[in-house]
Design a binder for this molecule. Structure first.
Ligand SMILES: [Ca+2]
Length: 334
């Protein structure tokens, strides 16, 4: 093979390995979803990943409009958006979604009724990608992930949900649960689980064994407080900044909001960069009260090594927080 052809093929294969990400969010109550969505955009701008679309797992009439406003702000006005239409998905008020109605943030998609249904969009996006190439980042309740698992063959793919995931998904990077002492207890019941326990049990029970799941527990985000100084100082490059305004509406100027959801973005895009430690693999079990625990394989315990729990040393913590800040404050690409 001529060297040039070999190099071109090598380049093509390196490009093919760039993570293709889908961001599944409950962007309503907490503001870390907004910062995490920004990271999906800025990391795609830097060429670190390809951003395929956003699905929304909670119910609020302004979710799709806000996400479209933020996507437009970051130069992706046509990024596909899907919303859950599951009547059992949690309805949630928001302190910041009203920014979608501001003239400062123009965009086209104004009503959830005009957005795609989340699972239909997930199935279409997955079916169109190369095998094993998609990293799903899920940072809210698991309504969309559970309903994807329950989905049947359709016009997008002849495969059912688990088979489609097995074929197309490289990893699930999920913010859910608690796996260490955190929030002053060793029995923390984490919001993404307890606001939809049945959904999270479906994911823990039925996600295919062959597709790794990286769990960022409550303790990870709790160890990563977003610096309020950055909100005050780093977003002045635009007269109106949707991230800064959402953060201030939710947390005010002094609060250092934990970076729960941002951690899962970084793990999905840079899984081999050592931002985190990874605990012994096993199986996450979700109790009926929403408590999460890990069962590890042993001589008498036969469970697949599907689930990995993220851990942080103090050095990783500092490095990680700086990476989150720098990718969050990065201006939109012109
Ligand atoms: Ca969230």
């Amino acid at each position: 093979m001529r060297p040039l052809v070999f190099l071109m093929l090598l380049g093509a294969s390196a490009l093919a390995e760039k993570p293709r990400i889908i961001f599944d969010t409950d962007i309503t109550g907490d503001v870390d979803d907004v910062l995490a969505l920004t990271m999906c955009h800025t990391l795609a701008d830097r060429g670190a990943c390809e951003f395929l679309g956003v699905t929304i797992s909670k119910d609020n009439p302004l979710t799709a409009s806000f996400v479209d406003a933020q996507n437009t702000f970051y130069g992706r006005p046509d990024l596909p958006i899907g919303v859950t239409r599951d009547p059992t998905a949690q309805k949630r008020e928001s302190k910041y979604l009203k920014l979608a109605d501001s003239p400062d943030y123009p965009h086209n998609l104004k009503k959830n009724e005009d957005a795609r249904e989340a699972v239909d969009l997930l199935r279409e996006l997955l079916a169109k990608q190369p095998d094993g190439s998609v990293s799903i980042i899920s940072v809210g309740i698991a309504s969309n992930m559970a309903n994807l698992l329950k989905s049947k063959a359709d016009a997008h793919s002849p495969l059912d949900g688990p088979a489609l995931i097995r074929q197309k998904v490289k990893m699930l990077s999920i913010m859910a649960g608690a796996f260490a002492f955190c929030n002053n207890t060793n029995y923390h019941l984490e919001a993404n689980v307890i606001n939809g326990i049945g959904f999270m049990q479906t994911v823990a029970n039925d996600w295919p064994d062959e597709v790794p799941v990286y769990w960022s527990g409550y303790e990870i985000g709790e160890a990563l407080p977003f610096p309020s100084d950055s909100i005050a100082l780093d977003f002045g490059y635009m007269p109106h900044h949707i991230v800064k305004e959402a953060y201030l509406l939710h947390s005010g100027p002094l609060h250092r909001r934990p970076c729960w959801d941002e951690s899962s973005v970084l793990q999905a895009v840079f899984p081999e960069r050592g931002f985190f430690g990874i605990s012994a693999a096993g199986r996450v079990k979700v109790g009926d009260d929403g408590f999460t625990r890990v069962v590890t394989p042993g001589p008498s315990v036969k469970v697949a090594r599907r689930d990995h729990i993220l851990t942080l040393t103090s050095v990783q913590k500092a490095r990680m927080l700086e990476a989150i800040v720098q990718t969050t404050v990065q201006p939109p690409k012109k």
